[in-house]
Design a protein around this ligand. Structure first.
Ligand code: IMP
Length: 430
């Protein structure tokens, strides 16, 4: 069985892009199956840094077909922006990119809906402002959702927008008297212009992937965000609106999960989170504290929004639950080098919830908020990891830390990353 899934097991930004990039030579297809331009994947490839939001990072490899599958939500403006930026950097984009006709389209009224809803103070989720939530709401609501394939039918699109846009305008006004209003025909004209550029990429990607499987091709599934942001299994309501765990592969691409022969769970050696929501191991220890040191050393600022990421210790309780959820076979430990300066390093091995020790992750935000982490402390290694090519080149304390993560999670660590460059990756550590 030829499929691999690379999935983040925390709150996103685990450096999945680098692992996808490392694995692409042995695959012919790479698939984004969830989310949209809310993702931020940074890949250092051939000495250059590339940033991705919507396109699969596999597009850097000319031998691969990159697929934006049905589970993704697509803003055509972001799509073209990214295609043009990559082309300007010398990346060929043509028949090697396919966009699902079943993916849903983000319209400007989705961005306005999100802007107004995020003004809600206490009720704000701290989203990326890319229209992701409102677009998925329309998809699931079935009345107002418009799919990518529909922009290829001008009369049909105009008719739909003439019904939908006046309703959206009324809903937006109900939210706020000064809400932005939209014109159905102007929007339709805009999207038909987009269709002219996007048309060549649009296909039934489910069928494309099944043909690939039948031809014995290898498919790499690239999750966006992290499993703790999964709409069903994450820290609801402080989540994204898609299935960002490996659970999304089947519905988000049409490829049955039984085809996955390898699920690589990607974890940072510590934890970060952007946006609001509970985070038991967060380090709120001030401008000279360890949280700030991790942020600075790990350059922990959002790729999409530039927001400083919240930083904290590794949480084995949370990751045990997401590793199980995604059917994880092996772990990639990223950014180990970021901890190199610390005297000692903590790992959360349990929670105290209202005086009771628990080891199962309570995903409900209101319960998780009350959990106090129970820590185990390990010595730091206080040494530069640069130049390590094999696990045996790592300082003993660093090896011990990685081994402890593996034993707490009950999974082998097969990849260790000690820097952004592809060369700074220790592979096959078993
Ligand atoms: P949305 O996906 O823009 O609706 O945002 C919902 C939550 O997911 C917010 O807390 C965001 O900060 C978070 N989020 C969305 N995309 C990413 C990502 O790629 N990395 C990390 N957090 C993300």
């Amino acid at each position: 069985m030829p499929c691999t899934c690379v999935v983040g097991l925390q709150w996103g930004d685990e450096a999945k892009g680098k692992i996808v990039d490392v694995l692409t030579p042995s695959h012919q297809y790479v698939v984004r199956y969830n989310g949209g331009a809310n993702a931020g994947h940074t890949v250092v490839h051939g000495g250059k840094t590339y940033k991705f939001s919507l396109l699969p990072t596999g597009i850097l490899h000319p031998h691969m077909t990159s697929v934006i599958a049905n589970g993704v939500v697509v803003n055509p403006l972001r799509f073209f922006e990214e295609v043009e930026t990559l082309r300007a950097a010398g990346i060929a984009i043509g028949d090697n990119l396919v966009v699902s006709d079943h993916a849903h389209l983000i319209f400007p009224y989705h961005l306005e809906e999100e802007r107004l809803s995020e003004q809600g103070g206490e009720n704000a989720i701290g989203t990326t402002g890319r229209g992701i939530g409102p677009c998925y709401q329309d998809k699931v609501g079935r009345v107002h959702g418009i799919r990518v394939g529909e922009i290829l039918h001008p009369q049909h699109l105009r008719q739909r927008l003439r019904t939908i846009v006046p309703r959206k305008n009324r809903l937006l006004r109900a939210f706020s008297a000064d809400a932005q209003q939209f014109d159905a025909d102007a929007l339709c004209d805009d999207y038909l212009r987009h269709a002219a550029g996007m048309g060549r990429f649009i296909a039934n990607t489910g069928a494309v992937l099944h043909q690939a499987l039948a031809a014995g091709k290898n498919i790499l599934f690239e999750a966006a965000q992290g499993s703790l942001l999964d709409v069903d299994h994450g820290t609801y309501p402080y989540v994204t609106s898609s299935n960002s765990s490996a659970a999304g592969v089947w519905s988000g691409s049409g490829v049955p999960a039984r085809n996955l022969s390898r699920v690589i769970g990607v974890i940072k050696a510590y934890t970060t989170r952007v946006g609001r929501g509970p985070f038991p191991t967060e380090l709120n220890d001030g401008p000279d504290g360890i949280g700030e040191r991790i942020r600075k050393t790990g350059r922990e600022y959002g790729t999409v929004t530039g927001r400083p990421r919240r930083c904290g210790w590794f949480d084995a309780v949370a990751v045990r639950s997401t590793a199980r959820l995604s059917g994880t076979d092996e772990l990639a430990v990223m950014l180990l080098d970021v901890l190199s300066e610390l005297d000692e390093i903590k790992i959360c091995v349990g929670y105290d919830l209202d005086g009771t020790r628990i080891e199962e992750f309570p995903a409900d935000a209101f319960l998780l908020d009350r959990c106090q982490p129970v820590y185990e402390t390990l010595p730091g290694w206080k040494a530069n990891l640069n130049g390590a090519k094999a696990v045996t080149d790592l300082p003993a304390a660093a090896r011990r830390y990685v081994d402890r993560l593996a034993s707490l999670l009950g999974l082998p660590v097969t990849i260790i990353s000690i820097g952004p460059d592809r060369a700074q990756t220790i592979m096959d550590t078993r």
